[in-house]
Design a binder for this molecule. Sequence first.
Ligand SMILES: Cc1cc2nc3c(=O)[nH]c(=O)nc-3n(C[C@H](O)[C@H](O)[C@H](O)COP(=O)(O)OP(=O)(O)OC[C@H]3O[C@@H](n4cnc5c(N)ncnc54)[C@H](O)[C@@H]3O)c2cc1C
Length: 512
Amino acid sequence: MAVFSKIGIIGGGISGLAAAKQLSNHDPVVFEATDSLGGVWKHSSFKSTKLQTPRCDYEFSDYPWPERDNSSFPTSKEVLEYLYDYAREFELLRLVRFNSKVVEIRFVGDRKATDLGDYGTLLPGKPVWEVAVRTDQLDTVEWYAFEFLVVCTGKYGDVPKIPEFPHNKGPEIFKGQVLHTLDYCKLDEEASTQLFRGKKVVVVGYKKSAIDLALECAQANQGPEGQTCTMVVRTLHWTVPHYWVWGLPFYLFYSTRSSQFLHERPNLGLWRTALSNLLSPARKAVSKIIESYLVWKLPLDKYGLKPDHPFEEDYASCQMAILPENFFTEADKGNIAFKRASKWWFCEKGVEFEDKTKLKADVVVLATGYDGKKKLKDIIPEPFRSLIEPPSGMMHLYRGTINPLIPNMAFVGYIESVSNLHTAELRCKWLARLVDDEFKLPTVERMLQQTNKEMEIMKRTTRFYKRSCISTFSINHSDEICEEMGWTSWRKRNWLAEAFSPYNSQDYEEEK
Ligand SMILES: Cc1cc2nc3c(=O)[nH]c(=O)nc-3n(C[C@H](O)[C@H](O)[C@H](O)COP(=O)(O)OP(=O)(O)OC[C@H]3O[C@@H](n4cnc5c(N)ncnc54)[C@H](O)[C@@H]3O)c2cc1C
C-alpha cells in the first residue's frame, strides 16, 4: 500500500540537500540509494580528489565554509564534512531515508504529457506520482505516493560509461585487469596503491578524473621498480594550473557581469543581440589570452597536448579541469606518458591502436565518465522517458529545473555551471517559491521558447553543447531566476562591484 506525502526528493547529493533545505517546510521525504549523503563526494572520489571550484564559490548562502577565504581546495572528505555539518545545522538528516533506492516511478495524475497550456499547481492535493523504493535491509519494495517529485540523481557517478569494442576486441580477451574509475573509487588507500605499484598502467581518458588518476598511479610508481602510466587521449581539453592568468584573477575573464557582457545570453532583444555579435572578436581575444598563458605556463607543445579548439569551448561546457600539482613534473620524470588515439581496443597483452601500435599493460583503467541519463531513463516512465534524451541530446529544463512537458516534477543538478552547489541552491529557492504559489510558471510554450533559446546559445558557443552548461551566461540565468521570484537581480553594493566582482552564493541570501 502506498504511503502518501506531499513532496519526494530522489538523491542525497548536494542537489537533493539543497532541495530538502528549501522545501523543508513541507517535510519532504529524501530517498538516498546509499548509506551516505554527498553523492559524488563520497562515491566518485579518489584519495586525491579535491574541490576545484574555490570554496567561497561552492557554499550554501546561509552556511559559509569555516575559513572561507582559505585559498586551498578542500579534499572530498572535507566537502563531505561540510555537507554533513550543513545537514545537521538545518536538521535535514531527519528527512533522509538512507539505503533506499528508487527503482520505478509511475504517473498517476490526470495531465497528459502533450497538454500545452497552463502548467497548473504543483501541489494539487492528490497523488501525481507513485514511487517504488527498494531498501537494502529488507530487500523489499515499498510504494510511496507524492504530489510533487524532485529528481536529483546526479549527472555523474553510479553508472559507468563503457566504450564499445569491435567483436573479440573487448576486455574479455585481455589477460590483465580492467576497471572503471567507479571501481577504483571503492578501493581504500592501500589497495589503490597496490593496484598500481610496479604495474604497467593504461588510463583511458583525459578529463579531470583521468588526470588525477594518472597522478595517483605515478605516485605509486616512484623509485627503481616504478613503471610508466600511459594516458590514452582521444579528445584533448584545456587544463589550468591555478586561478591566475598573466597575473590577473581568473574570475575577471568569465565570472563578472562585465565579462559575461561579452557573451551571448537569452532574451537580449534586437539591439543587445547585435551588440553581442559585434563583441564576438573580444570574446575570442579573451579565450586567446588564456590559451597563450596556458601554452606558456604548461609543456603542452612538448607533450602534444594543446587542444585544437578554443579554451572558451571547454569553459562553456563546464569541462575546465584544474591540473593537480606535480602532474607535469611526473610526466617529465617519465612516470606519465601520453598516447593520442581516436580508436583503440584490447589485445591479449594490453591495448592496440588504429595505427597498429600496441601498448603492453597489466592494468587498464577506464576513466571514460558516467551515464547520468541512464539513471533517469531507468526510473522515469514513458511517455516522459523520451523527453529525457530528445533528438537534440539536451533536456529542456526551464530555469534549469522544470521540464515543461513533465508535470509535477523538477530536476536539479542536470544543467551545470562552474559552481554546481551555488546554482543548485538558487534554483531550489526558486522552486520552493513556485511550490508555495508565490508566482506562476509561464505557459508550456513560453517555457519551451526559453529553453530553446538557451540551447541555441550553448550550440553556438561550444561543440560540447550536449553537456548542458550555462557557465558563460550564469549571471543572466540567476538574474532571470531572481526576477521571477520578485527579487532584485543586480545584487551588489555599488556599480563597481556590480561590474567587476564575481557573483557567488552569498549574493543570493534570502530576501525577506
Ligand atoms: C570527481 C568530481 C569532481 C567534481 N568537482 C566539482 C567542482 O569542483 N565544482 C563543481 O561545481 N562541481 C564538481 N563536480 C560536479 C558534481 O557532480 C556536482 O558539484 C555535485 O556534487 C553534483 O551533486 P548532485 O547532488 O547533483 O549529484 P550526485 O552527487 O551524483 O548525487 C546524486 C545522489 O543520488 C543518489 N541516487 C542516484 N540514483 C538514485 C535512485 N534511483 N534512488 C535514490 N538515490 C539515488 C546517489 O546515490 C547520490 O547520492 C565534480 C564531480 C566529480 C565526479
